[in-house]
Each structure stands twice: as structure tokens, then as C-alpha cells.
Design a protein around this ligand. Structure first.
Ligand code: GLY
Ligand code: MN
Ligand code: MN
Length: 365
């Protein structure tokens, strides 16, 4: 169970790694826990037994995991510091001059402060990227789950767009999409979906409005995904409702050309930076250059945004088994926005698109 963590310890020379609930925890233990006001922290030292600090009400779920070390549970009325102190005492090897890697994008400040206070000689250091590298290459089983998440999500999208009509609110369309995702068989949602029409589509991370009725000629952007066996789809398609102007068609086709460029250049050995550069160049050399807002994409798996980040400056090379998004977009403030997002896996010779929903401009409603 801890072999991937030990591999990171050996590679980095860290003296221990601390994990909190989240995607890495799920990958290691096969189960995730709520991250609320109660800290749950596991410390895996390079030498010696691991320890876990666990809220007592979670013990019924934690014990069956077969954790191979000492568990210090704590109750609400006692508070968590007693368990942290006992855990610190059980880790005498983490003394002065040692380094403990933590997940800088997951561990909260109060988790960090509690752990630091019981390991006063150790330096807690951000090792988020190193720890998350255990999820960089997807196994066949993980890919199968992701494929299913995407397949079910695409079924839900088609069922939803067939129900869209001029005059509906974004919230009404969102409700239809949510129903269709669960009807299709998704276990849950990758994230709260984005259903954005008209000027709202110009906000890359818009919230659906209950007070805006979709108009003829509006873009209608869906960025959404269903989860299946913990793996998250992340798909964006932008439609036009009723009709599309020539200007918006050219706008759309520019994004589509950038998306196609991403599919064309991605292959093992190319850097994430070069993929983003190729995609962004299509946008930047178009008449719509000033409407670009973000990088090409991000890795996808147990987390919706994970490594590799597909962005200029990231010299990491693509390798078989990596999964990432290709999601160029253009956004005209106060008017409209278009994004087209695919999920792809790197193969031995190139990439395979896991998303198959048509990308060409489509008029609905
Ligand atoms: N959906 C665009 C981004 O988060 O980069
Ligand atoms: Mn997305
Ligand atoms: Mn995305």
C-alpha cells in the first residue's frame, strides 16, 4: 500500500511524507475522507513505522484500510492536539535537520501548524509535485474508469442539448444536465458544472444564473464532467442557440483550430510548453488574439486539475499514460465566450482522444 510513497521518499531523499485526504491519499489508501474542521494526517517516515492521526468518528472507515502503523484517534471533546503529540512522540527519527514533505496544495494551515508543533526539529517542506507524481501515469484500470466517466458524461450532454430551448434560464439547463449525468450512471460530479450563455460565457469559470433567459444567437457553454470510480471527466463544448452570426462563427472556428492543433502536435517526447505554444500561437496569430485568457490545459485523473500543466514554461515531456486536457478558449468580455475541451491520453506513438463528442459548431434549440 505504501510502496508508491516509499518510492518518492527514496527518489527525493525526504525523511518522511505527510498525507492529508485528497487525491494522493485516495491513490495510496483506496479511500478518501472529508477534509473539514477535523484534521486527519498520515505520516510515512523513510525509516520506521508510519503513524496516522484520525478523528474518532472516522475510525469505522479508517480501520478497514489495514493501515500498517500506529493510529492515534481523537474525539471532538478532547481536541486533536493530544493525538498529534502522541504521533510526534512515535516519530523520534524525525528530529533536528530532518525534512518532511507535505502536500502544499492540500494541507491546511492548521494541519501544518499542529504537525510542525510536534516535530519541532523537522522542516516541513512543500513536496506537492513529488508526492503527486504517483498519479502521473495512469494504469489500465484507471484509464478504464476515466473512459467510462467520459462516455457517461457525453451521453448526458447530448440528452441535455436536445432539451435546450430559447427562453430557458441557465439554472434550468444546469438542472437538466445534473439529472442526465446521474441518469446516465455517473457516481458523482467532477465539479459544479458551468452552464453559461451569452455574456456569461465570457467568464471562464461562470456560475449559472436563475435570472437570465437564453436568447436566440447566444453561445451556450457547458464545462462539466461526471465522476466514475473516483475518476473525473472534464469536457467543454460550446453551442449556439437558434442561430450564429458570421463573426461568432469565425470566433468559434479559431478556437476549434487551436484545439485541433493541440491534438495534432501532442505526442510522447514533446514538452508541455511546446504543446501550449503551438495551441496559443493559433489564437495569438488570429484576429481574436486579445481575447485569449488561459493556458491550453492540465492533467486529469483523481484530481480535475493535476500535473502535467500544459503551459508555456513547463519543460516536462509528455510520456505514455499521462492524461491531460486540450481546452483553448476565447472570451469577449460582456459579449460571449467559446471553449472547446477534450481529454486525451498519451500513447506510445501520439495521443488518443478520450472525448469523442463532435467539436464542429452546432446550432441547438
Ligand atoms: N478552464 C480553463 C482553466 O481553468 O484554465
Ligand atoms: Mn473543464
Ligand atoms: Mn479543464
Amino acid at each position: 500500500m505504501l510502496a508508491p510513497v516509499h518510492a518518492v521518499l527514496a527518489r527525493t531523499g525526504l525523511d518522511a511524507i505527510a498525507l492529508v485526504p485528497g487525491a494522493n491519499f485516495l491513490r495510496v489508501f483506496g479511500k478518501d475522507f472529508h477534509q473539514m474542521e477535523r484534521p486527519l494526517v498520515v505520516v510515512v517516515p523513510a525509516k520506521g513505522d508510519p503513524v496516522a492521526i484520525v478523528p474518532n468518528l472516522e475510525m469505522g472507515s479508517f480501520e478497514p484500510l489495514g493501515f500498517p502503523g500506529k493510529i492515534f484517534d481523537w474525539r471532538d471533546e478532547a481536541g486533536y492536539m493530544g493525538a498529534f503529540k502522541a504521533a510526534g512522540a512515535a516519530l523520534p527519527q524525525l528530529g533536528k535537520g530532518t525534512r518532511v514533505g507535505v502536500e502544499g496544495q492540500r494541507m491546511r494551515v492548521f494541519d501544518f501548524m499542529a504537525l510542525q508543533s510536534v516535530l519541532p526539529g523537522a522542516t516541513l517542506t512543500d513536496a506537492h509535485a513529488d508526492i503527486s507524481s504517483i498519479r502521473l501515469h495512469k494504469t489500465a484500470e484507471e484509464l478504464a474508469a476515466l473512459r467510462e466517466a467520459i462516455r457517461l458524461s457525453e451521453i448526458a450532454l447530448e440528452a441535455t442539448v436536445q432539451q435546450v430551448r430559447v427562453g430557458m434560464t441557465e439554472k434550468q439547463v444546469e438542472a437538466i444536465l445534473l439529472g442526465e449525468l446521474f441518469k446516465a450512471g455517473c457516481d458523482g460530479l467532477s465539479f459544479d458544472p458551468i452552464v453559461a450563455a451569452g455574456d456569461n460565457a465570457a467568464k471562464p469559470h461562470a456560475s449559472a444564473r436563475a435570472d437570465y433567459a437564453i436568447k436566440r444567437g447566444d453561445a451556450l457553454l457547458f464545462d462539466f464532467g461526471g465522476r466514475y470510480r473516483h475518476f473525473s471527466a472534464d469536457i467543454t463544448r460550446t453551442f449556439f442557440v437558434g442561430e450564429v452570426s458570421d463573426h461568432d462563427r469565425a470566433f468559434y472556428d479559431t478556437v476549434l483550430a487551436a484545439n485541433s492543433k493541440g491534438h495534432e502536435v501532442s505526442r510522447p517526447g514533446i514538452t508541455a510548453s511546446d504543446v501550449d505554444d503551438a495551441v496559443c500561437t493559433v489564437l495569438e496569430q488570429s484576429q481574436f488574439a486579445s481575447f485569449k485568457r488561459h493556458k491550453t490545459g492540465h492533467g486529469l485523473g483523481l484530481d480535475v486539475h493535476e500535473a502535467p500543466q500544459i503551459m508555456r514554461g513547463n519543460q516536462a515531456k509528455l510520456e505514455p499514460g499521462m492524461v491531460f486536457t486540450i481546452e483553448p478558449g476565447l472570451y469577449r468580455d460582456g459579449e460571449t465566450g467559446v471553449r472547446i475541451e477534450d481529454d486525451v491520453v498519451v500513447t506510445e506513438n501520439g495521443i488518443e482522444s478520450l472525448t469523442s463528442f463532435p467539436r464542429e459548431l452546432r446550432i441547438i434549440g
